[in-house]
Design a protein around this ligand. Sequence first.
Ligand code: C2E
Ligand code: MG
Ligand code: MG
Ligand code: MG
Length: 294
Amino acid sequence: NADVAMYRVKEHGRNNYRFYAPEMNHMALDRLDMEGNLRRALERDEITVFYQPILSLESGRIIGAEALARWNHPRIGMIHPPEFIPLAEETGLIIPLGERVLRLVCAQLAAWRKAGLPPLRAAINISARQFRQDDLPRLVGRVLDEAGLAGDALELELTESMVMHDVDNAIAMLRELKQLGVDLALDDFGTGYSSLSYLKRFPIDALKIDRSFVRDIDSEADDAAIAHAVIAMAHSLGLRVIAEGVENEAQLELLRRYGCDDFQGFLFSRAVPAEEFALLLKSGRTMPPAECEA
Ligand code: C2E
Ligand code: MG
Ligand code: MG
Ligand code: MG
């Protein structure tokens, strides 16, 4: 049984656990078991979604959330995406998993609206395999309809490598998705190979600057220059810019100075369960906290 080789290891937060086994090749050994476990996890509704607030740098207010999958394993605890998304992608389980996430998020957005919370947009990560499914736009449209939501309730996050892989097909797919009224963002920007000028060809709305550039923005001149240039050029192409992985005030201040539009990061909040996110919204908490009215 795969569980035998998995140990609970406390990470930063209270509920964060990682798979860990002493053997170097534990992933290979556990793979089949993991696949079965993940399949059962889907059947047993163990896949859940946490929400990380996305804030406007200008207003300091929450304007949306990134939906991040979590596997709530009955014995191991909360398992994070890097531990199961790659396997899901390899085995094709990402298709039902991605649909599950999409449904959970749309149902949650609808419930929040019904409860009188201000409408906000959720960003959903789309995997390479999902992006290659011709019926992805139809699925997204159907799930939005069933939840009674307009397309602008969602931002779909894609990666550079996904759209660069087969450019003509990618552009056709992006156009179809845009027709639903959803926003499209390029995630982890800067980690792939595309040039900014190339982006003109894609009907996208936003760029997310990868965490690896934000991390040393306040200490490495190169990273600061890259972030600054990416923001300026994205704006000249009419794209919104979201910085991810903002962990301290110095990073936030630089991003503000460079004109970055939105941000997310541990400085304000980690990804939290839906109920906690709703409390955060209702609290009216802003960033910087000095602007807090309470
Ligand atoms: P991502 O889309 O780039 O999501 C941002 C990741 O950075 C999240 O990790 C988030 O918790 C983490 N993060 C946010 N702010 C900070 C910060 O200030 N510091 C640090 N150190 N980390 C921060 P998470 O939730 O573990 O997700 C990892 C990746 O897994 C995501 O990266 C995304 O590529 C993938 N993923 C997550 N959920 C889904 C999903 O539903 N479907 C698909 N296809 N992929 C998903
Ligand atoms: Mg993302
Ligand atoms: Mg990202
Ligand atoms: Mg990233």
